[in-house]
Unconditional design. Structure first.
Length: 370
C-alpha cells in the first residue's frame, strides 16, 4: 500500500468509526427501533434527535460501507484467501462484540457484505460497476417503489411506539444482571439484524461495491485533476441526501416516509460524506491527518473498545445511563470516548503494539507483495 494512499484510507476509516460511534450512541441511549421518536421526544430533545437523525441516521453505515469497500482494494495485491479469512476472523470478533456488548451493532452486516465484495476485487471494473447498478436498481424497486406504493394513503402508515417493548428493553439494559443483558443482545441481534439479511444485501453490499468502483476509477486522481467537478458532485450528493432525509421530518411519524428517507437519503448522504472526507484529507496538514489516522489504522480495536465503554456507561452493570441521559449528552460522551481512544491508539502505534487488526490477520499463502 503506497504511503499517501495508506494515510488517506486510515483517515477516512477513522472518521467512519467516529460516525458509526455517534450513530450507535443513540441506541445506547434509548430503544430507538421500537418507538416513534416524534411522540417519544419533545422540545429540545426532539430537536436534538432530528438533527442527529438527519445527518447520521443510516448515513453512517453507508459511509462506512463505501469506505470499507475502498479500503478493501488497497489490499488487492494480497492473496484473496488471506483477505477473506482475515475478514471472517473480524466478523467473528464483531459478532462476539454484538452478543456481549451491543446487539444493534451494524458492523457484522458490513463485514459480511465485505466478504462478498472481496470476490469482486480482481474482476473487471465494468463488471463491478454493473453489479453495483444491478443491486442499486433492485434496491430502488424493492425498497423504493414498492414501499411507497404499499404505504401510499394506507390507514396504518404511522410508526407506533411499542410501550411494552420499550419497558422490556429498558428494564433489561438497566438491570445489573449481565446474563439477562447478553440474552437480550442475542434476541436483538437475531430479531433486528440476522432477520434483516435481505436489507444487508440491498442496503450495504451496493455501497461496498461502490467503494471498489471509486478505487478502480481512481477517485484520488479525479479530485486532483477535476477538483471543481468532484466538489460539485460531492455537494450534490450531500444536498440530495439531506433533502430526502427532510421528508421524514416533514411527514412526522409516517412509516413510509421514514423508510424512504432511510433507504435513499442515507446512502446518498453517506456517499457524499465519503467524498467530502476525501476532500478534507487533501486540505489537512499531514501531521493532523496522521493523528486521526491512528484510529483508522487500529479501527477494529477502537470500535470494540468504544462499545465496551459505552456499554459500561449505559447498562446496569456500569453507570446505568440507559433511558436516563439525553441524546445530546450521549453524543458528547461518545466524542469524549473517541478522543481518549485516539490518544491511546497514537501511543500504541508509536510503540508498535499489535492490537485486534494485526491479531486478526490470517496468512495461508505467502506471496511477495509489490
Amino acid at each position: 500500500m503506497k504511503t499517501d494512499n495508506k494515510r488517506r484510507i486510515f483517515f477516512i476509516m477513522a472518521i467512519a468509526i467516529l460516525l458509526l460511534g455517534l450513530s450507535n450512541g443513540m441506541r445506547f441511549t434509548i430503544p430507538l427501533d421500537v418507538i416513534n421518536p416524534y411522540e417519544y421526544f419533545y422540545g429540545t430533545e426532539r430537536m436534538h434527535f432530528q438533527i442527529i437523525n438527519i445527518f447520521l441516521g443510516g448515513a453512517a453505515v453507508s459511509f462506512a460501507a463505501v469506505a470499507a469497500g475502498y479500503m478493501l482494494m488497497t489490499f488487492k495485491d494480497h492473496p484473496l484467501v488471506n483477505i477473506i479469512l482475515t475478514l471472517v476472523v473480524m466478523l467473528i470478533v464483531s459478532m462476539i462484540s454484538a452478543v456481549f456488548l451491543f446487539g444493534f451493532d451494524p458492523l457484522p452486516g458490513i463485514l459480511l457484505m465485505l466478504i462478498i465484495a472481496a470476490l469482486f476485487m480482481r474482476a473487471d471494473r465494468r463488471m463491478v460497476l454493473g453489479a453495483f447498478v444491478l443491486l442499486f436498481s433492485l434496491h430502488v424497486i424493492v425498497n423504493g417503489v414498492m414501499v411507497v406504493i404499499s404505504g401510499l394513503n394506507a390507514p396504518g402508515d404511522i410508526i407506533y411506539s411499542s410501550i411494552q417493548e420499550v419497558n422490556r428493553l429498558t428494564s433489561t439494559f438497566r438491570s445489573s444482571d449481565y446474563f439477562a443483558i447478553i440474552g437480550m443482545n442475542l434476541e436483538v441481534f437475531f430479531t433486528y439484524q440476522l432477520s434483516d439479511w435481505f436489507m444487508w444485501i440491498m442496503g450495504i453490499l451496493p455501497w461496498t461495491l461502490l467503494g471498489i468502483v471509486l478505487y478502480r476509477f481512481n477517485v484520488a486522481e479525479l479530485f486532483k485533476y477535476n477538483g471543481v467537478l468532484m466538489i460539485s458532485i460531492t455537494l450534490a450528493l450531500i444536498a440530495g441526501g439531506l433533502l430526502i432525509k427532510m421528508i421524514e421530518v416533514i411527514s412526522i411519524g409516517s412509516y413510509t416516509a421514514a423508510e424512504f428517507a432511510e433507504r435513499f437519503g442515507s446512502p446518498l448522504l453517506g456517499t457524499g460524506y465519503f467524498m467530502l472526507v476525501f476532500l478534507i484529507y487533501n486540505l489537512l496538514p499531514e501531521k493532523l491527518s496522521k493523528i486521526f489516522g491512528a484510529a483508522g489504522e487500529k479501527g477494529l480495536t477502537v470500535y470494540v473498545l468504544s462499545n465496551v465503554l459505552m456499554a459500561a456507561a449505559s447498562y446496569g452493570i456500569g453507570f446505568t445511563l440507559y433511558g436516563e441521559v439525553s441524546i445530546g449528552n450521549m453524543i458528547f460522551i461518545v466524542i469524549i470516548i473517541y478522543a481518549v481512544l485516539l490518544v491511546i491508539m497514537n501511543a500504541l502505534r508509536h510503540y508498535n503494539v499489535k492490537m485486534l487488526e494485526e491479531l486478526s490477520a490470517v496468512t495461508v499463502i505467502n506471496e511477495n507483495i509489490k
